[in-house]
Structure formats: C-alpha cells, structure tokens
Ligand binder design. Structure first.
Ligand code: PLP
Length: 391
C-alpha cells in the first residue's frame, strides 16, 4: 500500500473512477471510432457567445467578482426561467456556480455530511453517487423499474429506503442516462414524501427542455412548491448552448439561504469568472435560435438511433422521453463494462457502459444522440452488424 495515498481522507481515496472514463481510455485511439459515450453534443459553442466573453476580457473584467454571480447574470437567469416556465421569478433566488457539478456539490455540502444518507434513484448519472460520497454523506441507491414502455419511479421503494439518517433525495428529470421523465404525479408524490419526512429535494432539471412526444418544459418541481419547501435546483449552461467546457451553471434556492450559499461558494470556487458570466448572459438572452437547432438535431438523432437499433432483435429499450440519450440493453449481455470494450474493438463505436450508472443499469448501454445524423446512421449500422455477429 502507498502510504502517501493511504494517509488521505477516506472519501477522497474511495471516490470511484468513472466507468465512462475507463472505456474512453481504452478506446480513444481506436481508428475511425464514433464516440457516443460522453454527454455532450458535437456542435461548438456559437460564436456570439464566445464573442461576449472576448468583449468582457477586452473591457478588463479580470478581477475578483461577486460570490453570488454578476447581478446582470442573475437577472438574465430570472428572465430566462420566467420566460420558459411562464411565471415571474426573483433574481435573488439564483447563485452562479462553476458548472452544474459545482452547483450539485454545493447543494450536497449544504444539506448533508458525515453520518447522513442521500437517496439517489438509479440508474443515475454517476456524479450524483460519487458527489454525495465526496461530501461525506452516504449515497443510497434505489433502483427504478424498467418496462418496455418506460422506466418507473417506485415511490414505495423510495419511502422504504428512508431512515432517520436520510437528509435528501436527488431527482433528475428528464434523466441521464435513462431518458425517463417524471410525470406531474411523480413530482407530487416525491414532494409529499419529502414534506412528510422533512427531506431536502435536490432537483436536477437540466434537460427539462429536451422533451419528445410531449410539450416542453418537462413537469417541474417549480410547478408545485411553496416558500417553505426544502428544495434546491441545479442548472447548467452546458447542454442547451453547447457550453460543456465553459463551466458555468447555477443553483436556485430560497433567498433565505443566500448567505449560506454565498459562503459555500466563497470557500470552494470564490466565484465564477466574470467574462464567462458575460457569455452566459448572451446565451440566455439571445440563444433561442441555437437551442432550437440543438433540439432539432437531438430529435432527428433520436429517430435515427431508435429505428436503427429496433431493427436488431437483441436490443431492448424504452422510448427516450427526454434528455438526449438512448439507454438500451442487449440480450445475452450481462457485463456492459466488458462488452463496451468489445464494441470499441469490433464496431468502432464508443458507448457508456451501464455498470457506471448504478443499481439496475448493469446490462445497459448509454448512447448520446445529440450528434450529426451521418455519424448516428453509421454507428447504428455498425452496432447492428456487430450484434448479429457477436455472441
Ligand atoms: N446533471 C446532469 C444530469 C448531467 O448529465 C450533467 C452533465 O452531464 C450535469 C448535471 C452537470 O453539468 P456540468 O457540470 O457540465 O455543468
């Protein structure tokens, strides 16, 4: 054992390596590989967004800035959320973070720590479970139920997982990786449960505008909460405006938590760079046409991969209701981590193995369809051929 490592905090040592990174490292140099394993589209950030950052730098915005975010950005977020959800909202509710992950870690640290438990319905984005672990609390995975019609949130199973140590529930709708979308009934049931047990809800609705076969935005906790509810929302600029590398997001909460959140930001990132916040303002205020283009691309991508993979009778999935992932199982395959590497070798397609998304996802694969049609057509052709050939 390495004494340098073993002297570290247990939670840091035990933070797991992402199963996506593992297959990525295995396959990144495979020639001609079509990479559908990461959760991002293939379009670059639109130039009007980048130009707003450049203009800010040219204007000298290179100093320390507000811990809660530029007032102009908090106002732009409030305008944006008000417009999308059809109800006015105060800028005082918003706290700018260095990406969605920083918003999540801030939320975890605010509501839980050593000795606490946080419930995460799975399959789930692995950063929820790992992020709770880093905060010192214990993540409790509660598997959802897979049916050919869709994934189901079993509220009784969640209720059964609640103990005196439970502090919070993480609800991600629409979901990465399953593309499940909570119904209004699911939202009401979760809120009732949280109220009954005094739990916090950490609501991750970042894919709320990527909705298929139903009106957008997806049903939201904001439709039903009141001022006393224990809820924080996390959000990110990453997906809607192709800004994954920018690291700008926000946390939304009751303004009464303002000083606490400001302190947590002060002692983690000390605020998000002002020039990146100017880019976020441009995206929120002028980014509708680009978002529409992203969404159209995902809609077409969804049709291509759903049709292409339905043609192989070994593949099973529920239609993607939201987000931009197809989460499918392959008959006869139990170890998706191993098989994802086989598919790198045999099909030159990069998929995220379901093992990385926690309980219930082991036999599945996640494919990101927010990409150009030609790649998705070729990838599904290759997958279909390989699945016919491989046992
Ligand atoms: N929440 C979900 C469900 C995600 O899929 C992601 C990114 O993949 C995030 C939050 C965080 O996004 P970011 O840290 O890139 O802003």
């Amino acid at each position: 054992t390495d004494s340098l490592i073993s002297s570290l905090r247990r939670e840091a040592i035990e933070a797991p390596i992402s199963g996506i990174v593992d297959v990525f490292n295995y396959g990144r140099h495979r020639e001609g590989l079509i990479p559908l394993w990461v959760g991002e589209g293939d379009l670059p950030t639109p130039s009007f967004i980048a130009e707003a950052a450049v203009a800010s730098l040219a204007a000298g915005e290179t100093f320390y800035t507000y811990q809660r975010g530029l007032p102009e950005l908090r106002e732009a977020i409030a305008r944006y959320i008000g417009r999308i959800y059809g109800r006015p909202v105060s800028p005082e509710r918003f706290f700018v973070t260095s990406g969605g992950m920083h918003a999540l870690q801030t939320a975890f640290r605010m509501v839980s720590g050593a000795g606490d438990e946080v419930i995460v319905p799975t399959p789930a984005w692995p950063n929820f479970v790992a992020g709770v672990g880093i905060s010192g609390a214990r993540p409790v995975e509660v598997p959802m139920t897979f049916t050919d019609k869709g994934w189901l949130l079993d509220i009784d199973r969640i209720a059964a997982a609640i103990t005196p140590a439970t502090k919070a529930l993480v609800i991600n709708t629409p979901s990465n990786p399953t593309s499940w979308m909570a119904t209004a009934e699911d939202i009401a049931a979760v809120l009732a449960l949280a109220r009954r047990h005094g739990l916090w809800i950490i609501a991750d609705e970042i894919y709320g505008r990527f909705v298929y076969d139903a009106p957008a935005p997806a049903p939201s906790f904001r439709d039903v909460i009141d001022d006393e509810d224990r809820i924080v929302f996390v959000q990110t600029m990453s997906k809607n405006w192709a800004m994954t590398g920018w690291r700008v997001g926000w946390l939304e909460a009751n303004p009464r938590l303002g000083q606490t959140i400001e302190n947590l930001i002060q002692y983690s990132s000390s605020g998000t760079a002002a020039f990146m916040q100017r880019a976020a303002i441009a995206a929120l205020d002028q980014g509708e046409a680009f978002f529409a283009e992203q969404f159209e691309r995902a809609k077409i991508g969804r049709a291509i991969v759903s049709q292409g993979l339905s043609a192989t009778n070994r593949v099973r999935f529920a239609p993607a209701q939201g987000a931009f992932y197809l989460f499918f199982s392959v008959d006869g395959v139990e170890d998706s981590a191993r098989f994802a590497k086989v598919l790198v070798d045999e099909a030159a397609v990069g998929l995220a193995p379901g093992t990385t998304f926690g309980a219930g996802g082991e036999a599945f694969f996640r494919l990101c369809f927010a990409r150009k049609s030609a790649d998705l057509e070729e990838a599904t052709r290759r997958l279909a051929t390989a699945l016919m050939r491989l046992a």
